[in-house]
Design a protein around this ligand. Structure first.
Ligand code: ACO
Length: 344
């Protein structure tokens, strides 16, 4: 069977930083509380009101095309995982298609909160595995600051903005996405939600007065299910594929809370040196966390490395994917550096 492999990664992070010290001046919180409860020190924010999720997604997509050395017209499909689309419709994927000039592509958005990238990655992989498409771009992008209430200390300390993209192509034998466990359960949907703006509560003066256009989270409820859920699926995908902690090069976890990530690593039997962790710098960027990790660790990744990607998010949605990395990241970085030196 043809498998799908990640063959390139691109990213975009806004320049502006919102630090814990900044937040201390905005709500009743403190650096120590935020760091010990979540692991976050700062996040990036796209304050510019004229720029939305598609702006970051297009930047990430263009970096990906540059690094892979291909034109946008070669892309067959664009999938954008996001809960902060520019608008309810058209899909952000259409704006990215036009923005990068992907003249042959079709695409759509996927809404699965913090599991969005994992769900989109698996959807994209099926297009490649079926033989229908050769180049599928999967983007995780969220402008969380657009749905955050910066007077609510329960949520405003947690989230940041960002985007990252991967390319899926047919994998060389034995590489690529091998197995996944993906789940959703809507019974507890109220624990993590944004009530306003959809067909249930279209925008009115009342929905605005009741702050229904902001994210709401019952932190403790979500924490309990997330710790259990993310660890369960990571362990299940390992067990199904006969993997032990020694076989795993990296856990690539959704970055919601360092304590949830630590629990998953323990359950997998791996030490924290094998965990991609950048939550301290970016916070929770929802659909962008996992591909942002792949970007930050790309140089350290070698062809044949076993990775487990794991996520938990609103819905609830959760899942884990086992893949065998298909290229030497250091080569890509060296090529990019050489190109920059030539251009300079
Ligand atoms: N600063 C100081 N105190 C705070 C803050 C803050 N920023 N926020 C909350 N507190 C207070 C609370 O009010 C509470 O006070 P009380 O006891 O007087 O009521 C106290 O701190 C403890 O609150 P808890 O909710 O018990 O704190 P907890 O240790 O659970 O940490 C957190 C909160 C970080 C939100 C945690 O519950 C968590 O990470 N939950 C899961 C997040 C997650 O995984 N989300 C899924 C992905 S997101 C998505 O899908 C879009």
């Amino acid at each position: 069977m043809t498998r799908a492999a990640i063959t390139a990664v691109g990213h975009y992070l806004p320049e502006d930083r919102l630090t814990n010290e900044d937040l201390e001046r905005m709500v009743d919180t403190n650096d120590e509380w935020i760091r010990t409860r979540t692991g976050i020190s700062e996040r990036r924010i796209l304050w510019d009101n004229d720029k939305a999720t598609s702006y970051m997604a297009i930047k990430a997509a263009n970096e990906l095309l540059d690094k892979r050395g291909i034109g946008a017209e070669e892309i067959d499909v664009i999938l954008v995982a996001t809960v902060t689309p520019d608008m309810l419709f058209p899909a952000t994927a259409c704006l990215v298609q036009a923005g990068i000039g992907a003249t042959r592509a079709w695409g759509f958005d996927i809404s699965a909160a913090c599991s969005g990238f994992l769900f989109a990655l698996n959807t994209g992989a099926r297009f490649v595995e079926s033989g229908q498409h050769q180049k599928v771009m999967v983007i995780g992008a969220d402008k969380m600051s657009s749905i955050i209430d910066y007077t609510d200390r329960n949520t405003c300390v947690l989230f940041g903005d960002g985007a990252a993209a991967v390319l899926l192509e047919p994998a060389p034998d034995g590489y690529g996405l091998i197995d996944s466990v993906l789940k959703c359960d809507g019974n507890n949907w109220e624990a993590l939600r944004m009530l306003g703006g959809g067909s249930l509560n279209p925008p009115t003066h009342e929905t605005i007065d009741q702050r229904m256009h902001y994210i709401y989270q019952e932190g403790r409820t979500v924490f309990k299910v997330a710790v259990q859920g993310m660890a369960d699926v990571a362990a299940e995908v390992m067990q199904r594929n006969g993997l032990t902690g020694d076989d795993i090069r990296y856990l690539v976890p959704h970055q919601a809370n360092e304590r949830i990530i630590g629990a998953t690593a323990r359950r997998m039997g791996i030490t924290m040196e094998k965990v991609m962790l950048n939550i301290s710098r970016y916070g929770n960027t929802t659909a962008a966390t996992i591909p942002l990790c792949l970007h930050d660790w790309e140089r350290q990744l070698h062809r044949g490395d076993n990775l487990v990607l794991a996520a938990f998010g609103g819905g609830f949605t959760w899942g884990a994917t086992y893949l065998k990395w298909a290229y030497d990241g250091a080569d890509v970085a060296a090529e990019a550096e050489a190109e920059m030196a030539t251009e300079a």
